[in-house]
Design a protein around this ligand. Structure first.
Ligand SMILES: *Cc1c(COP(=O)(O)O)cnc(C)c1O
Length: 412
């Protein structure tokens, strides 16, 4: 992660997030759950509102003014995202509802067409359920076999074990770029290179990477990249799949309907070229407008500056929380994003979260959609604090003080 410290003006940034300006339980809200979903700046809220107030119509079908305006806004969002990811062309960007739908799209199209009985799919032990279950479902349908890269005690991937899993039956490797549960930034360039050496295709789950790091799909030479707007200051219900042009062209469609066709007749239907081939039905146009505004916002603040700020919070928070007796941090990888996951003595994470909520502090508790990972660490549930551009050192102080207080109340 970058150590660049173009200092952010955090007060000015916070002023752009109206939702942060409220009290919970008589305390100022400390929102430390951005890994589950980030808050939205006024630039994003206003872009969506402005779109509905002035520019809305259905896309791609109309000759009239508003339809053309909406189409331009929709396609400009695609261009902005292509440029944000350094994709070779905006034709490689397919809009989806989010990361989950992007992964399901690959499993149901590329996977269904290219993976058969006895073929192998590799995922890691730290995957989000959305990068496990679609592959399990595909394996059930096709007779393919799911293999799992082990996770070491510090929350890094066992890369020797990964290399040993790869062979000429490996068809796809699906790995999370940045772990939502451990914060680990995985060595994705190495993962991709090794997979390509055996002819396998690589999908990266980028849900936690795009908010916190610079992502360059061309430099990575990755085949598929999935993301969600709501994790990166944009709205819910919109995300994208980046796919290598040659793969997108070769893949069969998934959902059928309007917008994804070239011609329809009862003798046979022909499909539109990508990305339209994978975007059946009226898209979430307002969502793409919001995503575009979120990308502009991140570019204006600076992805490197955001990453540096979060890294400072991570270092400070790790130090403070490590001093609390009985608190155990899970995930201590050297290369880590702004996530601190922990258990606290015998206290149930749900009780810890409930007490913190009474102090106005929002953290996540539970399995964070990575149940296999916690089975591996022998803990049923954990608590997680996560940071974004608007998080402050003061909030980290409040978290540490709140945890000490909760610990006394719970006998942790
Ligand atoms: C949030 C998240 C997902 C799922 O994203 P949705 O927006 O719910 O589709 C997948 N993977 C990781 C690592 C995530 O953090």
């Amino acid at each position: 992660m970058s150590t660049l410290t173009a200092d952010l003006d955090i007060d000015a940034i916070r002023a752009e997030f109206p939702v942060l300006d409220q009290e919970v339980g008589g305390h100022p809200l400390a929102y430390l759950d951005s890994a589950a979903s980030s808050q939205k700046p006024t630039a994003v809220i206003d872009a969506i509102s402005n779109y509905y107030r002035h520019n809305h119509a259905n896309v791609h079908r109309g000759v009239h003014h508003l339809s053309q305006t909406a189409t331009v806004a929709f396609e400009n969002a695609r261009k902005a995202l292509a440029s944000f990811l350094n994709a070779p062309t905006d034709r490689d960007i397919v809009f989806t509802r989010g990361t989950t739908e992007a992964i399901n799209l690959v499993a149901n199209t590329w996977g269904q067409a290219n993976i058969g009985s006895g073929d192998e799919i590799i995922v890691s032990h730290m995957e989000h359920h959305s990068n496990i279950v679609p592959w399990q479902m595909l394996c059930q349908r096709t007779g393919a076999i799911l293999k799992v890269i082990p996770v070491l005690d510090d929350g890094t991937l066992d890369m020797d074990a990964y290399a040993a899993l790869l062979n000429d039956r490996t068809k796809l490797v699906g790995v999370v770029h940045v772990s939502n549960s451990l914060g680990t930034v995985n060595p994705v360039a190495d993962i991709i290179r090794l997979a390509h050496d055996v002819g396998a295709v690589v999908l990266l789950d980028g849900a936690q990477a795009t908010p916190h790091t610079r992502v360059d799909v061309t430099a990575l030479d990755v085949d598929f990249y999935a993301l969600s707007a709501h994790k990166m200051y944009g709205p819910t219900g919109i995300g994208a799949l980046y796919g290598r042009s040659s793969l997108l062209e070769s893949m069969p469609p998934w959902e059928g309907g309007g917008d994804m066709i070239k011609n329809v007749s009862f003798d046979g239907t022909t499909y539109a070229p990508p990305p339209a081939k994978f975007e059946a039905g009226t898209p979430n146009i307002a969502g793409t407008v919001g995503l575009h505004a979120a990308i502009d916002w991140m570019n204006r603040v600076g992805v490197d500056a955001i990453a540096a700020h979060e890294h400072r919070l991570l270092t400070y928070g790790t130090e403070l929380l490590s001093e609390i007796p009985a608190l155990r941090i899970l995930g201590t990888a050297p290369n880590k994003a702004g996530v601190i996951t922990f258990t606290f003595g015998d206290a149930h994470p749900h009780d810890v979260g409930t007490l913190l909520n009474e102090m106005g502090i929002a953290i996540r508790t539970g399995h964070h959609c990575t149940e296999p990972l916690w089975a591996r660490f022998g803990v049923p549930a954990t608590a997680r604090a996560s940071f974004a551009a608007y998080s402050t050192l003061d909030e980290v102080d409040r978290l540490a003080a709140g945890l000490r207080k909760a610990g006394r109340m719970l006998g942790a």
